[in-house]
Design a protein. Sequence first.
Length: 107
Amino acid sequence: MRDMMGMLKQAKEMQAKMEAMQEEIANLEATGSSGAGLVSVTLSGKGVMSALKIDPSLLKEDETEILEDLIVAAYNEAKTRIDAVMAEKTQALTAGLPLPPGFKLPF
């Protein structure tokens, strides 16, 4: 019975840590850029775009496709940075837990 109580206590502690981590991640911001800084995108920890900056030199009719590609590249860079921070924080939180390979938190 002690083992069960200990497991419940650990589960509650883990839940509290997970909630704190999710709040911390939600408050993160990451910026990605492309085209040597001509386009930059800022994302929140939840993946919501909060800022987009485009250098005026890219605002030409015949360069629409280039601009679209640069925006996508900047977004992807910012998303990769957010994902890396999330993975790092999750790994620190779950250190020592016997989780199956490929298991991702938060769900």
